[in-house]
Design a protein around this ligand. Sequence first.
Ligand code: DAH
Length: 351
Amino acid sequence: MESELNNLKQKILGDLEKIKDLPALRALEIKYLGRKGELTKILRGVADLAEEEKKTAGRLANELKKEITARLEQAKIELANIRSQAYADPTLPGSEVKTGQLHPITILQNEIEDLFTSLGFMVLDGPELESDYYNFTALNIPPYHPARDMQDTFYVDLTPPAPLLKGGLRGVIPSSLLMRTQTSPMQIRAMKKYGAPLRCIVPGRCFRSEATDVRHEHTFYQLEGLMIDQGINFSHLKGVLEVLGKKLFGPDTKLRMRPKFYPFVEPGSNGEYSCFLCRGQGCRVCKNTGWLEIVGCGLVHPGVLKAGGIDPSKYQGFAFGYGLDRLAMLKYNINDIRLFHGGDLKFLKQF
Ligand code: DAH
């Protein structure tokens, strides 16, 4: 029995020396100490031995089991160390640091800001929570003007709730605060703050109570522009819009302007660029018209100049407003406006 145990010990130690990784060590453990392992079998066999042999054989077998268990444990620690040392190998290339990236609307906004700052325009920022006065009234859209219907938004009522009327209804209190529906209220704020002459653009987030679909979103971006000086006329507006069109869609882009009513400009116009995809031939992007309707614009209404504290008999101005989401959709061929605020990384990583 003793020599049998000795032989087994030599065999195990020999095997152990060849082990190079943890899975192999685990296999060796099972081979000798597992339920059907060679050493386990011997230990079980001790019970069948004659009384005088049982004692010594039992002791020796148990000692061997202890020793082998200890050696296996030791080997486990050593192999784990080798593994962690390899993991910390300083010569390996570092793991890649994942940086974020700019949102497509921000990329476009930066591009437009670059152009306008080079033309001497300031870039301004305005409040998203706006007063009814700046958002509508000062822009020639008094209460009950039908133009308000097209720009319904989220009203913020800071007054305490009105008392309950008969039948459980509350009286309607017209709120004076709302989420701005356009960046145009910044025209008034800029005129009041800086006076004339003035050149500024205002990119920013706007809100409307929209039923959302592929072309409508309750939260979206606009970019407003305003220039006020003496002797400003329609050709200045046209010149600036042309420069922007060429920058956005290429040097042979054409601009066409058609009359459109906006309460805060007179005359008001819609700026349309020749389609960058079909170059005016008609295609899916321009809905076969050859033109992309992109910008609302016009000469600033005298009433609006007055609301901004500027004398309309001395100064004139032009204004325009772009939908940044719509521009980005055209430029990057995106077919659903809701992707912009969806937070889907698969979408955002493409830019
Ligand atoms: N604020 C208008 C809108 O949201 C767009 C616009 C039209 C802005 C004409 C202007 C402008 O500055 O002159 O529909």
